[in-house]
Design a protein around this ligand. Structure first.
Ligand SMILES: Nc1ncnc2c1ncn2[C@@H]1O[C@H](COP(=O)(O)OP(=O)(O)O)[C@@H](O)[C@H]1O
Ligand SMILES: [Mg+2]
Length: 175
């Protein structure tokens, strides 16, 4: 299972809420450098992440999660191929949260991504498609105001406005 979403879209929070400890670049940075903020050796971080997933797939673990932004089909491709090479389905969880919300949350964080980088990432983000090889795509988005049910499809994404007066809840929609 691959997460897809901008920094601040709530990926790590979602995994935590589901009691899942996913493989992530942050985890690898802690394991390798004792420092989650270490930004050098990116290639080493991602090749280690890949090796760790490969090890899990070799060990036939039933569920395997990667917490990363995976913004473009290009970035997702090698993960999907790795899953398929080992006879696994690839599933996507897409955090369809408006960029403005992610940028605002990111701004409030202590370890944050520079705003111009956030803008560039937002421009790069492409929703996952079944044609990429995903067997299942789950969309996670902000719930509308209290009482409203979650939007059912991606075409309704613009209908839900984040309500700053109450902490927004997350709704999962599978399709
Ligand atoms: N459903 C949510 N509603 C409101 N705030 C959230 C929600 N999910 C995450 N956040 C907040 O947004 C920030 C980024 O969340 P995080 O899960 O770390 O995002 P990511 O892993 O995608 O970068 C955190 O400060 C978190 O508390
Ligand atoms: Mg995260």
């Amino acid at each position: 299972m691959l997460s897809i979403g901008l920094p601040g879209s709530g990926k790590s929070t979602w995994f935590k809420r589901h009691n899942i400890l996913p493989l992530s670049s942050d985890m690898v940075r802690i394991l390798l450098f004792d420092d989650v903020t270490e930004q050098s050796y990116q290639d080493l971080v991602f090749s280690t992440l890949r090796s760790m997933l490969r090890a899990r797939l070799l060990a036939r673990r039933p569920w395997n999660y990667v917490d990363a932004t995976n913004l473009s089909a290009h970035e997702r491709r090698s993960w999907i191929k790795l899953a398929h090479d080992f006879g696994y389905e690839a599933h996507a969880v897409f955090f369809d949260v408006p960029p403005e919300v992610c940028i605002e949350r990111n701004r409030r964080r202590e370890r944050n991504v520079p705003e111009d980088v956030m803008q560039r990432m937002a421009a790069k983000l492409r929703p996952p498609k079944f044609e990429e090889g995903f067997a299942k795509i789950t969309v996670v988005r902000l719930r509308g105001k209290a009482g409203e049910s979650a939007a059912a499809g991606p075409e309704q994404a613009g209908d839900t406005q984040p309500d700053e007066s109450e902490p927004p809840d997350l709704a999962d929609a599978e399709y």
